[in-house]
Design a protein around this ligand. Structure first.
Ligand code: GUN
Ligand code: ZN
Length: 438
């Protein structure tokens, strides 16, 4: 049993903050500490309170003056798209057909999948992301490579073998039967191993036949505790194509509703162009709309109505994500900077407390995993990040005039990226500084 005392300025949210003055929404310690044993936080609070609980001779790591936050959480990204990022396309469907589908075909090769998985986890750690919700490719080999690497690194990850049986190259198609069998095999091989969670993953309605949707429904009935992930209402042409493929459905959301795909463990990527009826359907089922700011801007998909979804009479649960490789940054800090700008363009404000709540506790709640991740509460997994607001010369200069916690958070969000992540802890161990090219 190894115990470590980590000292620094600590910040952890207790609930969603309303305003910038909502100090009761978070716990902040100017001289704080975490006591970590066997991958878990066993005590947290002020250093003066926590230190006496540590065994004599405990190893102590002092990160002052840096800020310690729960590990950042990314609720939607595609691990086989690390070499798709930055592809020059006019819109979603062109981007998928020209770059993304051909690239994902390569993941039939286990060796390729294993190599990219290694890079993927390095990048997560480098950017302070300790939990991510990933799409693998259609190939079981890609899910095997992903989960093997997650297990090796002892990271809490959610991921799924994509199911898709039409409107893509032959090398990227399964069938209703193989999609079902291989998803079951991935669940049996990986769910609950280490900190792995398997998600049922039909890519989106365009690439799944009604027969495959039916099989998805069967899987959800058989494994009701598993996460489910797909895409919804990202792009106008996508919506029109979907409605033509499912002419009996009222709208895009109704396609998923008809197959029992909506629910509190369901994560719906994008959700930009929903009608009020569709928002009601998400609200009633407790489904989560996943905001992917850099992707929505990069692909020109549209402006996510974050504030409207939260404020309406029947609010919709929301989370935030990078959507690599439609997204253009691995960094959740960069992602929240773009989320902020998307709200600015709609005449809305996203305050820094809300942003940091979203990246941590908010995303953990969206995943129904807040008992394990997203806070610094005792009993949680010891996944946390250390942020340095003076990580670059330009940031250090601006930091000279920072006078409040909110200013510091906003500086980190506006100018920060992987360089601002001074350290990433996974299950109590510092892992960023030991990367080969930290
Ligand atoms: N819709 C279906 N597949 C994808 C994907 O890989 N990326 C994005 N952004 N949207 C999708
Ligand atoms: Zn996506």
């Amino acid at each position: 049993m190894t115990t470590t005392l980590i000292r620094g300025r600590t910040l952890s949210f207790l609930r969603k903050p309303d305003t910038l003055d909502d100090h009761a929404a978070y716990a902040y310690e100017n001289d704080g500490a975490l006591l970590v044993t066997d991958g878990l936080i066993i005590a947290s609070g002020s250093y003066a309170m926590v230190k006496p609980q540590a065994p004599e001779g405990v190893t102590e790591i002092d990160h002052r003056p840096h800020l310690i936050l729960p590990g950042l959480i990314d609720t939607h990204l595609h691990f086989p798209q690390m070499q798709v990022i930055g592809s020059y396309a006019a819109n979603l469907l062109e981007w998928l057909n020209t770059y993304t589908f051909p690239e994902e075909c390569r993941f039939v090769e286990s060796a390729h999948a294993a190599r990219i998985a290694m890079h993927f986890f390095d990048e997560m750690i480098r950017h302070g992301t300790t939990t991510a919700v990933a799409y693998c490719s259609v190939h079981k080999a890609s899910a095997d490579a992903f989960f093997a690497e997650a297990l090796r690194r002892d990271m809490r990850m959610v991921a799924g073998k994509v199911m898709m049986d039409r409107n893509a190259p032959q090398g990227l198609l399964d069938t209703p039967e193989t999609g079902y069998d291989e998803t079951r095999a991935v669940i049996e091989d990986w769910h609950g191993k280490g900190r792995n969670h398997v998600a049922i993953t039909p890519r989106f309605a365009i690439t799944s036949t009604p027969e495959q949707m039916h099989v998805t429904q069967t899987l959800i009935r058989e494994f009701p505790d598993l996460h489910v992930q797909t895409h919804l209402s990202e792009n106008r042409d996508e919506i029109d194509f979907t409605c033509s493929l499912y002419p009996d459905a009222t709208d895009y959301t109704d396609v998923y509703a008809r197959y029992g795909i909506l629910g509190p463990k369901t994560l719906l990527g994008h959700c930009i162009h929903l009608s009020e009826r569709e928002m009601d359907a998400l609200s009633e089922t407790g489904s989560v709309a996943v905001h992917c700011p850099t992707s929505n801007l990069f692909l020109g998909s549209g402006l996510f109505p974050l504030k409207h979804l939260a404020r309406r009479e029947r609010p919709v649960r929301v989370s935030v994500a990078t959507d690599i490789g439609g997204g253009s940054s691995y960094s959740m800090l960069r992602t929240m900077d773009e989320a902020y700008k998307i709200q600015q363009l709609q005449g809305e404000r996203l305050n820094p407390l809300e942003s940091y709540h979203m990246m941590t506790r908010g995303n953990a709640e969206a995943l129904s995993l807040v008992d394990r991740i997203g806070t610094l509460d005792p009993g949680s997994d010891a996944d946390f990040v250390v942020l340095n607001m003076a990580a670059t010369p330009a940031m250090a200069l601006k930091a000279e005039v920072v006078t409040s916690l909110a200013d510091e958070l906003f500086l980190l969000q506006t100018m920060g990226d992987d360089r601002a992540i001074a350290e990433t802890y996974v299950a109590g161990k510092p892992v960023k500084s030991s990367l080969s090219s930290a």
